[in-house]
Write a protein that binds this ligand. Structure first.
Ligand code: P6P
Length: 351
C-alpha cells in the first residue's frame, strides 16, 4: 500500500483543525454532501436496470413513486441537509425559487447551491453525469436566508465541488486550500483520497472541448479561435485534440486533470451562453482557480460576476491559464471589429 488510506471525513477533520475557531458546521455540511453523493451514485449506477427491476415509472415494486433521477438527486441532497442546522437556505437547478429550511428545523450560517444531476439526459446512454455544489456564508440579517444570501459572486464561495459518476465515482472539492479528489470505494462506502492537491497543467495537453455544432452561430472571434486550434490557421504549428462528452462535469474533470480548455460560448441563439452561473460555472471556476487554472466568461473572471438572478446563464471558458487567456484575446477582437483572419495577435504566447 503506497499511500495512507484517508477518508474524506478524515480529510475534512484535518482541514478543520487548521482553524481553531472552526465550529464544525462547515465540516458537517461537507460530510452530508458526501453522503448524498454516495446515495446518488448508487441510483445512477442502477439506472440502466430500471425496466428490468420493475421500476417502470409511476411506482416501483414497493409501491413507491419512482422519480426521474435528477428529481431524485435533488431531493436526496435537500433531505440530507435540510435538518443539519447549518444552512439558512438552499437553491437547486431543479427548483424555480430559493429553497427555505423547513420551519421545524434550526437554521445556520451557510447557503448551499447545487445542480443535483448535471447532464442527466446522458444517463440513458450511460455517459458520465455529475452533481455540482457551491457553499457561501450567510450575509443577510434574517434568520432564514433569502435571495441576498444566494445571489453572491463566486469570489465569496467558501467551498465548491462536484461528484462525477463516471467509470468510478469521484468527489472533488476545495475549501480555498487547494483541490482534492476522493474516489468512492463502493465495497466499504467510503470516499478515499486518491488525488491530493490537484493542479491543472499549464501548458496542459492541447485539448479543446466545445460543441462545434454551434459554430455557425458563434462570433467571428470564437470561430477564428476554434479554426486556429484545429490547425486551419497557418500560424498554428500543432493542432489541438478535440474532446467533447456533452456532460459538463465529465468535460471539466478531464480538463482539471489533463489541462486544455472547456468552452460553452455565447451564440446567436444563446446570447448569455447555456451554463448556469451560480451552481455550474462559479463552483467550477473556484476549483479551476484553486488548481492554478482560470475561468472566464470571455471578458472577465467568472468569480467576479455579481449574479442578478438565481438561474442566470453565462458563457464559460475554463481550464489551463494559457488557453483561457488566448480565448480572451481572440474574443477581444470581436469588440474591436477585427477583420476575419486577424487572429495572429490572439495567438501570441500560446504554447
Ligand atoms: P450541448 C448538459 O445538458 C449540460 O447542461 C452540460 O452538462 C453540458 O456541458 C452542456 O449542457 C451540453 O450542451 O448544447 O452541447 O448539448
Amino acid at each position: 500500500m503506497s499511500r495512507s488510506v484517508i477518508t474524506i471525513e478524515r480529510h475534512i477533520i484535518e482541514a478543520e483543525r487548521q482553524f481553531p475557531e472552526a465550529t464544525g458546521a462547515f465540516s458537517n455540511i461537507l460530510y452530508d454532501i458526501a453522503l448524498a453523493g454516495k446515495m446518488i451514485s448508487r441510483e445512477v449506477r442502477r439506472a440502466g436496470l430500471v425496466d428490468i427491476l420493475g421500476y417502470t415509472g409511476g411506482t416501483n415494486v414497493h409501491g413507491e413513486t419512482v422519480k426521474k433521477l435528477d428529481e431524485y438527486a435533488h431531493e436526496v441532497i435537500f433531505k440530507a441537509l435540510d435538518h443539519c442546522g447549518h444552512l439558512c437556505a438552499m437553491a437547486s437547478e431543479e427548483a424555480e425559487d430559493i429553497l427555505h429550511i423547513p420551519e421545524q428545523f434550526p437554521t445556520g450560517n451557510y447557503v448551499l447551491l447545487y445542480d443535483p444531476l448535471d447532464g442527466s439526459s446522458n444517463i440513458d446512454v450511460n455517459v458520465s453525469v455529475g452533481t455540482i455544489f457551491s457553499v457561501h456564508r450567510k450575509i443577510s440579517a434574517a434568520e432564514r436566508g433569502g435571495m441576498e444570501d444566494v445571489l453572491q459572486p463566486g469570489t465569496r464561495q467558501v467551498a465548491a465541488g462536484y461528484v462525477v459518476y463516471g467509470s468510478s465515482t469521484m468527489l472533488v472539492y476545495t475549501t480555498g486550500n487547494g483541490v482534492h479528489g476522493f474516489t468512492l470505494e463502493p465495497s466499504i462506502g467510503e470516499f478515499l483520497l486518491s488525488h491530493p492537491n490537484i493542479e491543472i497543467p499549464s501548458p496542459g495537453q492541447r485539448i479543446y472541448s466545445v460543441n462545434e455544432g454551434n459554430y455557425s452561430r458563434w462570433s467571428k472571434g470564437q470561430q477564428r479561435m476554434v479554426d486556429y486550434m484545429k490547425g486551419m490557421d497557418t500560424e498554428n504549428p500543432e493542432p489541438f485534440s478535440a474532446r467533447y462528452v456533452g456532460s459538463m462535469v465529465a468535460d471539466f474533470h478531464r480538463t482539471l486533470l489533463y489541462g486544455g480548455m472547456f468552452m460553452y460560448p455565447a451564440d446567436a441563439r444563446n446570447p448569455e451562453g447555456k451554463l448556469r452561473l451560480l451552481y455550474e460555472a462559479a463552483p467550477m471556476a473556484m476549483i479551476a482557480e484553486q488548481a492554478g487554472g482560470m475561468a472566464s466568461d470571455g471578458e472577465r473572471p467568472i468569480m467576479s460576476i455579481q449574479p442578478r438572478d438565481l438561474h442566470e446563464r453565462t458563457p464559460l471558458y475554463i481550464g489551463s491559464r494559457d488557453c483561457v487567456e488566448m480565448a480572451e484575446r481572440f474574443l477581444a477582437e470581436d469588440q474591436k471589429g477585427a477583420k476575419p483572419g486577424s487572429g495572429s495577435a490572439a495567438i501570441a504566447a500560446v504554447v
